[in-house]
Structure formats: structure tokens, C-alpha cells
Design a protein around this ligand. Structure first.
Ligand SMILES: Cc1cc2nc3c(=O)[nH]c(=O)nc-3n(C[C@H](O)[C@H](O)[C@H](O)COP(=O)(O)O)c2cc1C
Length: 442
């Protein structure tokens, strides 16, 4: 096999579909059930997934609760590092990735938490570096609103750089625990960090040994120019949100091309195409399963989700008329790709508001069909140079992940696209990423 396909899954408690929690097969307690998450992680491990990933925003909504009370996402969830730490003891192979925002946290705390997770899990930790994209999270951290995009990324750069330096606080073999000599560590192998920057000041060393992976894997999902440059400089996994193999290829070539400027080998970054998938025994069954969930979307939820991604209040508009042009903002402040997608649909397809929210699926349209169809589409993306693997989303969990593991994984293996076993012990080894050597190592 030239290079095996990398597989990750983004896990929202009952599934990626906004109405999944209403489905009779959903576990209504899922969002705070460790057993539920462990079941999903183990299932993904059975399917040889490289990475179990939880997204995050550090805030509950406090406004427009009539609509948000019908949308549980991020309203009652575990803090990611806490959840992943618990899962590290309940799984053996799968990588454990979570989001932490550089716009609010302190580098020391983040470095310490991810180093701890990497130790707890035996080298399976990954950090999704985000700059956050909403003001209601900012308000929980002493800010009235998020700083401008460029400033958030400048802070992110400084933060990631500092976190990596903190992970190098100690050489790999610093903790000698030499009882005969009475030395717990070798003082020559500590490398304290002295930093006076624009956003952070720090003098000190991390109080935990260098992580098993050297550095936990850095994930990034920025879509903007600045986001892509940042990814080219620091990311080792990127979640892409292009919606066609052609756009995927352009993104892939662009991002890998940008890495040269940072003296990085293109293979040291794995681009995973975001893809919601739904597999069933027949194409019709897959359509029916999708339609069943779509029918559960309450109009207030449909309109609120569109309003969020279009960054405009669409409430009160006629559901059965097109969105008036004057409601469309001049430009996006938060998610450019989502914004562009909705604006494109409004302008080019002249859909009614109801049709728009029923059609809009945030990012990629759900790939649905038989195991062969789903494997064909994945193969086209993968062998066509549009990605190194996939960040899969499943409408309803665990049902749709199980369907995928039982039917598409064996099909991908049969085609020689997926391996038969985990390749290594750590997430880096499984993804084929090199372990960063300590700068002081000869
Ligand atoms: C698969 C995926 C997962 C993401 N997870 C998060 C998340 O957990 N928290 C968050 O604030 N943003 C998340 N984002 C948003 C990105 O971090 C980024 O802000 C967004 O793609 C806009 O790009 P830009 O910041 O370069 O404009 C995610 C994006 C994708 C595609």
C-alpha cells in the first residue's frame, strides 16, 4: 500500500445531524455519558480509525433560547480534555483529539494539559488549535467581543510556538530517577523558557516530562488566507471543508505548496477532508434515513442555524419566500466557507428560506449510499490528490458509525486503501508523522 488513508471522526454526542437527539434510536443522556462516548471510541477503534475528535466552544448560549433549546449542541457537554483523559483509560489505540482556543487560554495551562493527556494515553493526544469564532465565548473570558481575525491568529502563532517550547522544557531522558545517585532528574536536561512577547509573558518550565510523542499532534482547520498560512507553518493535521474533489485538490495543492516557505516537507502534514457519510444497504434506504432526520428539523432551528452561519438574523422572514438580498451581510466575520456557501445558494438557486435550511448542511453534503458508493467517492478524493484521509461525520451515533465500520472499512481494505491493523503505538506512528526531536538532542 503506497500510503494508507487516514481516518478521523468528529463526535457530537448523538451525531452530527442537528436533529439527531430527537431520533428514537438516540441516547438522550449521551452528552454527559462517559459510557456512551467510550462505546463510540471503541467502535471507531474497531474500524481502525486514527483519531477520535471532539470539537468545542467554551460557552452555552444565553440568548435566543427559544430556538437554542431545540438545539443541544455545546449546551451540555464535557470539557474536551477532561473527556479525552477519561477515554484514554477506556481505549488502547485510537488518537484522542480535542479543541482548545488560543484566544482565551494561557499557553502554560494548555501545554500542561495536552502533555498530561499524551502521557495518560501513551502518545495519542492531539490539539485542535482554534482561534474561536463567536463573541459569546469571548464574553466568558473578560472580553466584550472577539479580537479581530488577524489579531486572533497573531496570538495563536505566539501561543502555539510557546506551547511547543514548553513541551521541550525537558529533554526526553531528563527524568533519570537514579536511586543510587539520589537524582530524580538530570538538572542539565531542563531547558526553561524565557518569553516576552506581544500576547504572552512567561518564565519557567513545564512540570511534566516531555510528552511521549515529543509534541502532541497539532491540528488546525482554518479556511482563510491567514488560517492556511498558519496551518502551513504549524499544523500536522488539517481538517478541510471543501465540498467537491476539484475544490479539495485546489485546497490540497495550495496548502501543501505553502509549506515550502516554512521549510516543511509536505508529508509532515495530513489533510483530512471533512465528509458527512451515511451508508445503508441500498441507495434508497440511505435517502430515507437522511430524510427521516431532515424531517425532524424544527423551522426555528433551521432558521437559527442559517442565521448563525450567514451572520444575519433571518428570524421573522417568510419561510416560503427567498431570502431578501438586503439581509445578506457584506462579508463574513467568522466562518468564511460556510458564509460563502449560503450566499451562493441564495444567489444562484433562488431557494425559499425553508428549502435553504433543509438543503444547507454546513460544509459538505452528506455522502450517502451503499458501501460501494461511499467507498467509490472516498477513493476518488483520496487517489485523486484531494486529501490524505477523511474527517468523517456521522448523522446518528452510534448507528451510522457502526454501519460504516461494518461495511465501508472492509471495502476500503479490500481495495488496498486502508490498512488491516494499527501501524504503531502512538498517533504520530499511525498517521506516519515524524516525532519532533528535542532541539538539544545531537
Ligand atoms: C472539522 C472542523 C472542526 C472544527 N472545530 C472547531 C472547534 O471545535 N471550535 C472552533 O471554535 N472552531 C472549529 N472549527 C473552525 C475552524 O477552527 C476555523 O475557525 C474556521 O474553519 C474558519 O477559518 P478561519 O479561522 O481561518 O477563518 C472547525 C472547523 C472544521 C472544518
Amino acid at each position: 500500500m503506497a500510503r494508507p488513508m487516514a481516518l478521523a471522526t468528529l463526535v457530537h454526542p448523538t451525531g452530527y445531524h442537528t436533529a439527531s437527539w430527537l431520533h428514537p434510536q438516540a441516547n438522550a443522556q449521551a452528552s454527559t455519558s462517559i459510557e456512551h462516548y467510550a462505546g463510540i471510541a471503541r467502535l471507531a477503534e474497531r474500524g481502525l480509525f486514527d483519531l477520535f475528535f471532539v470539537a468545542d466552544t467554551p460557552a452555552a448560549r444565553t440568548e435566543n433560547l427559544t430556538a437554542f433549546s431545540r438545539m443541544p449542541l455545546f449546551m451540555n457537554v464535557f470539557e474536551p480534555l477532561t473527556l479525552l483523559s477519561a477515554l484514554s483509560g477506556m481505549t488502547r489505540h485510537i488518537g484522542l483529539g480535542g479543541t482548545a482556543s488560543t484566544s482565551f487560554g494561557e499557553p502554560y495551562t494548555m501545554a500542561r494539559q495536552f502533555a498530561s493527556l499524551d502521557h495518560l494515553s501513551g502518545g495519542r493526544a492531539a490539539w485542535n488549535v482554534v482561534t474561536s469564532a463567536n463573541d459569546y465565548a469571548a464574553r466568558n473570558f473578560g472580553l466584550d467581543r472577539l479580537p479581530p481575525h488577524a489579531e486572533r491568529y497573531a496570538r495563536a502563532r505566539e501561543c502555539v510556538d510557546l506551547v511547543k517550547r514548553l513541551w521541550n522544557s525537558w529533554e526526553d531522558d531528563a527524568f533519570i530517577r537514579d536511586r543510587a545517585a539520589g537524582l530524580f532528574f538530570d538538572p542539565a536536561k531542563q531547558h526553561a523558557v524565557h518569553h516576552e512577547g506581544t500576547h504572552f509573558r512567561l518564565q519557567g518550565a513545564l512540570n511534566i516530562a516531555r510528552p511521549p510523542q515529543g509534541h502532541p499532534v497539532i491540528i488546525q482547520a482554518g479556511a482563510s488566507e491567514t488560517g492556511r498560512d498558519f496551518a502551513a507553518q504549524t499544523a500536522e493535521v488539517v481538517f478541510a471543508s471543501e465540498t467537491s474533489p476539484g475544490d479539495g485538490r485546489r485546497f490540497y495543492t495550495d496548502l501543501k505548496g505553502r509549506m515550502e516557505r516554512h521549510n516543511r516537507d509536505p508529508d509532515s502534514l495530513k489533510i483530512l477532508a471533512g465528509m458527512p457519510v451515511l451508508v445503508a444497504e441500498s441507495a434508497q434506504e440511505a435517502e430515507d434515513m437522511h430524510a427521516e432526520l431532515q424531517a425532524l428539523i424544527h423551522p426555528e432551528v433551521g432558521v437559527a442555524r442559517l442565521s448563525m452561519d450567514l451572520e444575519a438574523d433571518l428570524s421573522g422572514l417568510d419561510l416560503d419566500a427567498p431570502v431578501p438580498e438586503e439581509r445578506i451581510p457584506q462579508k463574513a466575520r467568522f466562518h468564511q466557507a460556510y458564509f460563502d456557501h449560503i450566499v451562493g445558494m441564495i444567489r444562484n438557486e433562488r431557494l425559499t428560506l425553508r428549502q435553504l435550511y433543509m438543503r444547507y448542511e454546513r460544509g459538505n453534503r452528506t455522502v450517502r449510499g451503499t458501501p460501494t458508493t461511499v467507498a467509490d467517492i472516498m477513493e476518488e478524493w483520496f487517489t485523486g490528490g484531494a486529501c490524505d484521509g477523511f474527517m468523517l461525520m456521522f448523522n446518528l451515533l452510534p448507528r451510522d458509525l457502526k454501519g460504516f465500520v461494518d461495511s465501508v472499512v472492509p471495502e476500503l481494505q479490500r481495495r488496498g486503501l486502508m490498512r488491516e491493523n494499527y501501524a504503531g503505538r502512538t498517533l504520530r506512528e499511525n498517521l506516519g508523522l515524524f516525532r519532533p526531536p528535542h532541539p538539544a538532542a545531537g
